[in-house]
Ligand binder design. Sequence first.
Ligand code: UD1
Ligand code: UDP
Length: 366
Amino acid sequence: MRKKILCTVGTRPEAIKMAPVIRALQADPSFECRVLATAQHRQMLDQVLDLFEITPDIDLDIMEPGQTLGGLTGRLLIRLEEVLAAEQPDAVLAQGDTTTVLATALSSFYAQVPFGHVEAGLRTGDIANPFPEELNRVVASRLSRWHFAPTRLSADRLLAEGYPAADIHVTGNTVIDALHHVAATKPHIGLALDPGKRLLLVTLHRRENFGEPLGRICDALARLVEDNPDVQMVLPVHHNPNVRGVVHERFGAMDRVLLCEPLDYASFVAAMSRATLILSDSGGVQEEAPALGKPVLVLRETTERPEAVSAGTTRLVGTESEPIRAAAQTLLDDPAACAAMASRGSPYGDGKAASRIVEVLRRDLC
Ligand code: UD1
Ligand code: UDP
């Protein structure tokens, strides 16, 4: 009999990283794959589901404007309990460290359904950074039957925390599977860019950067655009209202700055490919850009993705204005240094992570 796997997705990055797993499960006759969209994100989730042609079997449509952590978690726990009782899956999968993942792992535990954690073992070691994702990851690990670790380093962290080696599987990161799939379609950016100017691509959304850190980051970005007339900056603005207002007020009237709606994933991959330099506080971008041969300055105080820092393709520059500006200016002034940073290669996998995950599930469940 086919085993029923419930795959949960809530936000944009979860959908990107679960899409290869969902597609691999759907293609495997041993499994019945059920897709649950919590819709912690609405528009940004739908963009990805449309691109990968995934239609959720269940959609909780949970997002509220300006939702709080407690409110979202509470609503998710109530709704997930109902879904798990109705669906009776043989296993549940979720990816990453969002509130959707925390609630899915906890609900699976309450329902006594085995939970598989995709992208397991990422840690900064600082429970407040990133907030609240580090806590979500730690709790998800505690509740997992399968830990699908993207790298050897993440597997080693789980071993050091005492999880059994037999439950930990190094698979690579499924984002590379998604990236290969989309890059093969040769996507276009779909934005009117000046072909004569170098492109700085920027994304901002981390909760711990809201307020003063975001202001300091914007100061640095504004100086970079002012000081470099041959540069244009593209910033697809996250829907989070804590980002939208600040960024539009700051850059709305500035020359050579293009603020746009979040790009669909294919267009964003094209934008990364076109960029001279990427500045971002995103997790996924730290994994994708090295695979595309693009340098990233990480606008955070910590990272749970040190593999690319060690490889030299990403650099942690913090959230103080002057170090960000100086690091970016050095790379803009020295194309050879920029190119050297970009050519270090990708430590996050070979694009076959999803099939490894499905293989483990087949071995253990079928
Ligand atoms: C969430 C995750 C974060 C992840 C990020 C990916 C948590 C606590 N945070 O952060 O780990 O890196 O998603 O982008 O789980 N909104 C919309 N439309 C959308 C998406 C968001 O309007 O499509 C607005 C809503 O007002 C919503 C707010 O953004 O209430 C915040 O969304 P939320 O998912 O709570 O937090 P993010 O900052 O997006
Ligand atoms: N991304 C996208 N469109 C954009 C900006 C980012 O599709 O306009 C993709 C990006 O390629 C990556 C993912 O969204 O795969 C990262 O999402 P985000 O930064 O919101 O979350 P995080 O990875 O930090 O959890």
